[in-house]
Ligand binder design. Structure first.
Ligand SMILES: Cc1cc2nc3c(=O)[nH]c(=O)nc-3n(C[C@H](O)[C@H](O)[C@H](O)COP(=O)(O)O)c2cc1C
Ligand SMILES: Nc1ncnc2c1ncn2[C@@H]1O[C@H](COP(=O)(O)OP(=O)(O)O)[C@@H](O)[C@H]1O
Length: 287
């Protein structure tokens, strides 16, 4: 039998981690299976194109926390189930359910924690965990999405399972970067992932067997045009990586994008950006 929790778990943030850690702890104590029920989507409320992490990253995070059994429920099939039907399924597979205070389930979100508590018996217990708070606010995926959209990546990262990251293929740009001494690898972004506020960021970079740092512009290179791109100048690196898979962790916001009056000004700015990155790396990432 399972000890389980249920949720979409986008970001696997500190609140999610409290639930999952409890599941693992209780399962170990009772020699039961630690389990998570998650969903393939949120339905049609729009949030699905603003995901904090991909499904693959989420499943990996949940497994790394010690969960052995992950079930993905198809949102469209469960959304019309009554609270009785949904609970009957959970009771047939779980003997303990760990939930947050505001957990809702079933058609029109009709099932709540009170209903679950009333339906406990010898074979089914409910454990309710308190919300995890930050500065008087409940930590939630929505709160973290707003931080990311505001460019507050450092704060968002401090609440997430791991730094906000984007993984994709390195594609060709206009070949302009190399002409002024700053090659910039253009990343094709995963669809459905939330885009941080347009701007320039310090990032951690992984490509092939290289692992290091870089500076990333997300948004529009206003000096040259209006097309969206995500471009990274990788420090201490000089290799052709077109077509390779690259992972960026967006670590810290440096500045807004600007339209420059010349290539010389752009180069000067990039030099300053790099200096700022080096300072942060020295302060925060000295091993
Ligand atoms: C860290 C970083 C910061 C950047 N900041 C700006 C900027 O403020 N304004 C701008 O017009 N372009 C900016 N760029 C984009 C460059 O203009 C762009 O990389 C260059 O045009 C090369 O494009 P390409 O790779 O398509 O050839 C920045 C690029 C990087 C890597
Ligand atoms: N340090 C580096 N940072 C970024 N890209 C690099 C670096 N060294 C080599 N490259 C290669 O150069 C390409 C970027 O050069 P660039 O002239 O900006 O062309 P493009 O416009 O096609 O991105 C990258 O895609 C990568 O293959």
């Amino acid at each position: 039998m399972n000890v389980a929790t249920i949720g979409y778990f986008d970001g696997v943030h500190l609140g999610h981690q409290r639930l999952i850690n409890k599941v693992v702890e209780l399962a170990e104590k009772e020699n039961l299976t630690p389990a998570v029920y998650t969903f393939n989507s949120f339905g049609n409320n729009g949030k699905t194109n603003e995901l904090i992490m991909t499904r693959g990253e989420k499943v990996r995070a949940i497994k790394e926390l010690g969960v052995k059994n992950i079930t993905t429920l198809i949102f469209n099939s469960v959304k019309n189930q009554s609270k009785e039907e949904f609970l009957a399924r959970i009771k047939s597979e779980c003997c303990v359910l760990v939930v947050g205070e505001d957990f809702r389930f079933g058609r029109n979100r009709e099932g709540d924690v009170k209903y679950l508590m009333r339906n406990q018996d010898d074979n089914f217990k409910v454990v309710v965990m308190e919300d995890v708070m930050i500065e008087g606010e409940k930590i939630s995926s929505t709160l973290i999405r707003n931080l990311i959209k505001n460019g507050e990546l450092k704060k968002a990262n401090s609440l997430l399972y791991e730094n906000f990251q984007m993984e994709g293929e390195v594609v060709r740009g206009f070949g302009r970067g190399r002409t002024f001494g700053y090659k910039t690898a253009n990343l094709e972004l995963p669809k459905n992932l939330i885009r941080p506020k347009y701007g320039v960021y310090l990032s951690k970079v992984e490509v092939d067997d290289f692992s290091g740092f870089g500076m990333t512009m997300i948004g529009v290179a206003e000096t040259f045009g209006t097309r969206f791109s995500c471009e990274t100048n990788i420090f201490d690196f000089d290799k052709e990586i077109y077509g390779r898979k690259m992972k960026l962790e967006i670590v810290d916001f440096l500045r807004e994008n600007k339209a420059m009056d010349s290539i010389e000004s752009l180069k000067k700015q990039l030099m300053q950006d790099k200096k700022k990155c080096m300072k942060i790396i020295e302060e925060d990432f000295t091993f």
